[in-house]
Design a protein around this ligand. Structure first.
Ligand SMILES: [Zn+2]
Ligand SMILES: [Zn+2]
Length: 144
């Protein structure tokens, strides 16, 4: 009984597809479904907007907190330790004396009449190792 019903349905469908005027009624909704699917896949594959700044390793100078955070400008002081709320800084290591420390970047203000060389020297001073004064140091991560 059921087989018969399927057969009659197939026969009707075939007849429907053979009829040009009626074919449109079958194919149009099908095309619409495909179109919606394609658009939906496109939307699903759109890139997610990335948050501003970069993911960097930060270290707390007061406790042992060490973690990655999305940072735009660390010198604005709004990046706080998740454990003790102290200002976070960059975990740095001096390549000369192997001293490890936390660098708390301060906004650098140049004098109005500062020359290029003076500005450069000021930037150099800001990144000196607190132990030996060398500027040869680098940021470290957990993977170091
Ligand atoms: Zn802390
Ligand atoms: Zn050093």
């Amino acid at each position: 009984m059921r087989e018969l019903r399927v057969q009659t349905f197939l026969i009707k469908l075939r007849a429907l597809l053979r009829d040009r005027r009626k074919r449109g009624f079958v194919l149009l909704p099908l095309l619409l479904v495909v179109l919606i699917l394609v658009v939906w896949i496109q939307i699903a594959s759109w890139p997610v907007e990335e948050p501003p700044g970069a993911l960097v390793w930060l270290k707390c100078p007061a406790c042992d907190f060490f973690g990655e955070m999305q940072v735009v400008d660390l010198s604005d002081g709004s990046y706080r330790c998740l454990k003790c709320k102290a200002k976070l800084g960059y975990p740095r290591k001096c390549n000369k004396c192997s001293y490890e420390y936390v660098e708390l970047p301060q906004p650098i203000v140049f004098a109005k009449d500062a020359t290029k060389a003076q500005k450069f020297a000021q930037l150099e001073d800001a990144r000196r190792c607190p132990n030996c004064g060398s500027t040869d140091n680098c940021t470290i991560s957990l993977a170091h």
